[in-house]
Design a binder for this molecule. Structure first.
Ligand code: UDP
Ligand code: MG
Length: 310
C-alpha cells in the first residue's frame, strides 16, 4: 500500500504522552483522508515507552516501531525516522504534544500547493520558563547571524518535507547533526506556517541546558567557520594595537614617563593574550574533534529492532 504521510516522532521516556500522541495523530491523519503511517523512534527509553510502542504497533499496523540500542539523541532519532519512513511527505513532530498534531494539516495544505519544505514557526510558546524562552531566542538569532545558511528563526524540527528533500537529507551523513539547518541548506521551495507552541502534556523536558549548548555548538560548527576566523581577526587587531603601542611606550620612557612601569601591566597583557590563545585552541579543538568523529565513520545509530524494509 502506498503511504502518503509519514509522521515521525522521536521518543525518549515519553510513556505518559504516548497514548495521547497516538490518539491525536490518528484522529488528525484519519481526517486527512489519505494513507499514513506513524514512525515511532525509541531513543533508548528506560521508562517502559519501548514496550508501549511495541504494543501500539501490534494493535495498529500503521505504527512502525524503530527501537534504538541506546540513547543516541533527538537529532539522530529524527534521522532514523527519515530512514524508516516510506511516505511521500514526512512530518517530524515532538512526542510531548508541544507541536499540536492539528497543525500537520496546515503543513500538508502548503505541501499540496507545491512547497517542498513547510516549517512550523513558533509564534507563541506556552508553559516554558523565561530562561528557556530567552536562551532559545538568543540561540535562533545567533545561529541566524553567523551561519552561512539562512536558518529560519523561532523554528524547531516540527516540519513537513517532501520525499525529494528527505532523499537528499539521507545522503548527508554528518555525525553532529542539526536537522533544521540541514533542511534549510538543501534549498527547494520552502515556506513557514505559524503556530502556537503548547506546553508539554506530561513529563519534563529532555533538553537540559547542557544538551542545548551541545546542539548550539553543532549548529554553529556544522554551518559556519566564523569561530575559526575570530582568532584571525583578533590576531590582526592585537598586532595592530602593538604597532602603535611599541613606539608610544619607547617615546614615553625616553621622555621620562613612568605610566607603563611595573609587573601588573605585563601580567595583565600575558594573562589576556594567554586566555585568548587558549580559547582559540579550544575552538580549533571543537572542529578537530568533529573531524575525528567523521573520520571514524561509525554508524550514526544502532537499532535493536526495526521494520524490515527501509
Ligand atoms: N528526545 C529524544 N532523545 C533525547 C531527547 C529528547 O528522542 O535524547 C525527544 C523527546 O522525547 C521529544 C523531543 O525529542 O519527543 C523533544 O524533546 P523535549 O520535548 O524534551 O525538548 P523541548 O521541547 O523541551 O525543547
Ligand atoms: Mg518538548
Amino acid at each position: 500500500m502506498k503511504v502518503i504521510y509519514s509522521v515521525v516522532a522521536p521518543i525518549y521516556n515519553e510513556i505518559e504522552n504516548l497514548p495521547e500522541l497516538y490518539r491525536r495523530v490518528k484522529e488528525v491523519m484519519d481526517s486527512s483522508g489519505e494513507t499514513w503511517e506513524l514512525v515511532l523512534v525509541d531513543d533508548g527509553s528506560t521508562d517502559g515507552s519501548t514496550e508501549k510502542i511495541r504494543e501500539l504497533a501490534q494493535v495498529d499496523k500503521t505504527v512502525r516501531p524503530v527501537i534504538f540500542a541506546r540513547n543516541f539523541g533527538h537529532q539522530v532519532a529524527i534521522t532514523a525516522g527519515w530512514d524508516y519512513s516510506r511516505g511521500d511527505a514526512i512530518i517530524i513532530i515532538d512526542a510531548d504534544l508541544q507541536d499540536p498534531p492539528e497543525t500537520m494539516l496546515e503543513l500538508a495544505k502548503k505541501w499540496k500547493e507545491g512547497y517542498e519544505v513547510v516549517y512550523a514557526v513558533r509564534a507563541e510558546r506556552e508553559g516554558e520558563s523565561w530562561f528557556k524562552k530567552f536562551t532559545a531566542a538568543m540561540f535562533y538569532r545567533l545561529i541566524y547571524s553567523i551561519t552561512d545558511v539562512k536558518i529560519p528563526v523561532d523554528t524547531g524540527d516540527f516540519r513537513l518535507m517532501d520525499r525529494k528533500v528527505v532523499n537528499v537529507l539521507k545522503q548527508m551523513n554528518e555525525r553532529h547533526r542539526f536537522p533544521r539547518g540541514m533542511s534549510a541548506w538543501v534549498g527547494f521551495r520552502q515556506i513557514g506556517v505559524t503556530y502556537k507552541r503548547a506546553a508539554r502534556v506530561a513529563g519534563v523536558t529532555k533538553y537540559p541546558f547542557s544538551k542545548m549548548l551541545k546542539l548550539a555548538l553543532n549548529a554553529i560548527t556544522g554551518f559556519s567557520y566564523f569561530p575559526l576566523q575570530v582568532a584571525t581577526y583578533f590576531g590582526f587587531f592585537s598586532a595592530g594595537v602593538s604597532i602603535f603601542a611599541i613606539p608610544l611606550v619607547i617615546y614615553m620612557r625616553m621622555t621620562g614617563s613612568g605610566a607603563f612601569f611595573g609587573q601588573a601591566t605585563t601580567l595583565i597583557a600575558v594573562l589576556f593574550l594567554g586566555g585568548v590563545q587558549l580559547i582559540s585552541l579550544g575552538i580549533l579543538g571543537e572542529y578537530i574533534g568533529r573531524l575525528y568523529d567523521e573520520a571514524k565513520g561509525r554508524p550514526l545509530y544502532i537499532v535493536r529492532d526495526a521494520p524490515e524494509e527501509q
